[in-house]
Each structure stands twice: as structure tokens, then as C-alpha cells.
Write a protein that binds this ligand. Sequence first.
Ligand code: PEP
Ligand code: MN
Length: 263
Amino acid sequence: LVSRKKQSNDTVVDVKGVKVGGGTPVLVGGPCSVESYEQVKEVANNHNAKGLKLLRGGAFKPRTSPYDFQGLGLKGLEILKQVAAENDLAVISEIVSPADVELATKYIDVIQIGARNMQNFELLKAVGSVNHPVLLKRGMSATIEEFIFAAEYIVSKGNTNVILCERGIRTYEKATRNTLDISAVPILKQETHLPVLVDVTHSTGRKDLILPTAKAALAIGADGVMVEVHPDPATALSDANQQLDIPQFNDFLEKLDQSGLFK
Ligand code: PEP
Ligand code: MN
């Protein structure tokens, strides 16, 4: 169903009026984790000032260590909902349990499936059974074929509102957190009709690579990029060293605008 052979025209996913995959690239920005109303509000205010509409933030965090901050859970979704309503933004957040999917549709605009859950088939079926847009991230050790099959799980249940997200894969290379598989973008665009985003933050884990990788993503045909931004990254409860602060984020936006690729 997700194959280009089945559908030649691009799927455009409507996220509260923002068209993802419609030819105009989108920018998704926000903190790694939702930590407080004030924290999300600060990012949202900046989004408003910069004309951005898509805000991300994790409420259910799939952390490597059980002793690390696990997210605010439902409280986090409530914060996102409130901030979205006050600022006319659309919010994206990860859901990790099939039992939370139905509830999540009442709070957020896009359900994210994280890399660690790309092959959680019960979760894929659960998000396939609602009508909400889904942002599906590539598993860190998933082949492109497995990634496409994961999308197929969702669409085969009836939900065609799927956005793919390349977020880097595990390789032997240690200079970056993951290895951004940039060629996955045109391959996914050729083989499927779904929109493709690139998460430049988790793929690189390096602030100095956000701008060049975002440019590369847009130049190679991505429908948008995802970036982590936090009002005070040093105090962040997750991914403290890879998040941009707001001035750095705005500088990034300005340089991306100047590149002529983001229009
Ligand atoms: C995230 O985007 O919040 C995240 C945890 O990323 P990933 O699932 O790609 O590791
Ligand atoms: Mn993160």
C-alpha cells in the first residue's frame, strides 16, 4: 500500500492545516522531553515569533537506563495540549504503549513512534487503527525494507497519514551519535509515496552538524527536518548536550533560510 507502484502521487499529511509532503518543507522543533509548562511555552513563543507551526516534545521517554528521567507521561501530554491551544501550534509526541494511543489522540496532533518501537507491531497496529497522523522513526538497526514494512503495518490497518523519519542508524562510526543515512531519503521517496523527514539532532548528536545535515536533507529531497531546541539545554532532563538553545536555533533557522533550500 505504501509503494509508489500502488500510488504514484505523493501522500500529503495534513497536520492541523500544515501540509507535510506537499512540496513545501516543514520544520519540527522542540525539546527532547516536556519538562514543564514554562519550558514548552518558551519554545512555543519562539515558534510563534518565527512563524513555525510544528512543536515536538516527549512525554513518554524510552530511555536506555531505567534510572534516567522517564518523562512526565500524561501530564506532559496535557502541557502540550494547553500550549498548542494557546499558540495555535500542532504538537508531536511519542507514544510507547498501544493502550495509550486512543487517549493520545485527544491531546496531540501527531503520534510519534520512536526508533526503539519501529518493530513493535502491536503498537503499529494500534496507531494504524486511528486516523491521527503518525510520525514513524526508523529503527536504529532497521534496513530500509524493514522501515517500509513498519509503515505498511500502519497503513494496512487503514491509517494512511504516515510520515517517515530517518534518524540515523547504528554503525561502527563513533564521530556522530548515529550515522545519518542520507541516501535513505531519495530511496524512501522513490519506493514509497509517503513524506520523509530527517531528524538531524538524533542522527548526529552534534550541534555543529545540525545546519549542514539539514541542508543536505533538504537538498536531497526531504520534506522537512526535525531539530531539538530547549530554553536551557545544560539543565535538560534528557539529551542535554545535543539540544540547541533558542538563540542557536534561531541562528540555524536564519542560515537555513539564507541557503534557499527552506522555502
Ligand atoms: C525522540 O525523537 O524523542 C527520540 C527518542 O528519538 P529516537 O526514537 O529516534 O531515538
Ligand atoms: Mn532526544
